[in-house]
Design a protein around this ligand. Structure first.
Ligand SMILES: Nc1nc2c(ncn2[C@@H]2O[C@H](COP(=O)(O)OP(=O)(O)OP(=O)(O)O)[C@@H](O)[C@H]2O)c(=O)[nH]1
Ligand SMILES: [Mg+2]
Length: 346
């Protein structure tokens, strides 16, 4: 497998270079815009497009003698042969430039070709966009609060992503709008001020708050709150690279099999960082993803890629600091709009 990096002034030129060097069967692994450092005159220079592409049989160079093990996120070349190339389609090129998973776009290229052949459509821009929207919606899974049974929901994730705020938003929604009996629990006795932050929300919402300092205490609290409709559990932000911190979290949350873990992630996190975070937090079963801070970015392809990479349903999206307003139940249509509305189609 030959992997090469290309830089060009725009995506069209980069794709031309990819085809010329690696051939039309090349697979795009990633695309991004890179800023060139200012020159000696300190004048900012125009940015470049960087494309990383791979091919089995490059046109101009021989494959390497000893192939290296590929990182887990690279698509497998064997499964890609003889499929339609996204390089041929301007719509798909745009999706690639926007950062959508090259593997997904490649599949889309195949499906789009099949759909056009089947429906004998010329493929107007409108019909192609409709089709893309439908495929995006089909690719993601969403979930919400289920109808019956007591629930214990924990909110886990890296530091500062909005776990406590999201929990307060949901507590307000469940107790004020749905008239459910709620108890708030925190196992975050780690960060200074964390308990006070939740105490403030509990006081404003008029909800009981319990503090657990370890596994046994957590178990006892859940037992004594077994008649509640919902027990919402706040946890300390954990560094995904600290196995010790994650094991400690697991030690407490596995005290009761009713605990369902919702992984809170920020929409501002970079694509591959998200992959690492999710992989490391997966030492606990993840019931759903909650994405926060949608208002702090206008690029949602990382969010979308994450929903495909480790398939878990998306439950809630938050887009602001206001409690309880800035939260909504996720829908497939919303995800598709977030992704497609940001791509400059013209
Ligand atoms: N813009 C924006 N800010 C948010 C959102 N959700 C939370 N925040 C803010 O993010 C900051 C951190 O929120 P917290 O809820 O304390 O985050 P946390 O994950 O509990 O943090 P730790 O417990 O320290 O790990 C606060 O200033 C929140 O107001 C959101 O959807 N949009
Ligand atoms: Mg917190």
């Amino acid at each position: 497998m030959q992997i090469k990096r290309f830089e060009a002034a725009d995506m069209q030129e980069a794709m031309r270079q990819v085809k010329e060097t690696l051939g039309p069967e090349a697979i795009i692994l990633s695309t991004k815009t890179v800023r060139r450092p200012a020159g000696p005159t300190r004048m900012p220079r125009p940015s470049l497009v960087e494309v990383v592409a791979a091919a089995d049989h490059p046109v101009t160079e021989k494959p390497q003698a000893t192939p290296k093990a590929s990182p887990f996120w690279l698509p497998k070349l064997e499964t890609q042969r003889n499929s339609a190339s996204p390089l041929e389609n301007p719509f798909l090129q745009k999706m690639l430039s926007a950062g959508i998973s090259p593997e997904f776009v490649r599949e889309l290229a195949k499906d789009l070709r099949g759909w056009r052949a089947e429906s004998r459509r010329e493929g107007t821009p409108e019909s192609s966009l409709h089709y893309l929207r439908w495929k995006l919606m089909e690719a993601v899974e969403v979930t919400g609060p289920e109808a019956k049974g007591a629930k214990v929901w924990s909110f886990i994730g890296p530091t500062g992503v909005g776990k406590t705020t999201t929990m307060a938003k949901l507590a307000a929604h469940f107790s004020l709008r749905l008239a459910q009996k709620i108890t708030l629990v925190t196992i975050d006795t780690y960060r200074i001020g964390a308990v006070d932050q939740l105490k403030t929300y509990a006081r404003i919402l008029g909800l009981p708050l319990e503090i657990a300092t370890g596994r046994e205490e957590f178990q006892e609290i859940l037992w004594s709150n077994r008649d509640r409709d919902w027990v919402l559990v706040d946890t300390a932000g954990r560094n995904p690279y600290s196995q010790e911190q994650l094991e400690e979290l697991k030690g407490i949350l596995t005290a009761d099999p009713r605990v369902e873990n919702h992984l809170v992630l920020s929409a501002t996190t970079k694509d591959l960082d998200l992959a690492q975070v999710v992989q490391r937090f997966s030492l606990l079963p993840i019931r759903s993803y909650i994405f926060t801070k949608l208002d702090e970015t206008d690029e949602y392809t990382s969010l979308f890629n994450q929903l495909l990479r480790f398939k878990r349903p998306l439950s809630y999206l938050t887009s602001g600091q206001k409690v309880p307003e800035d939260i909504e139940l996720a829908s497939k249509g919303k995800v598709a709009s977030l992704v497609l509305n940001r791509i400059p189609w013209n």
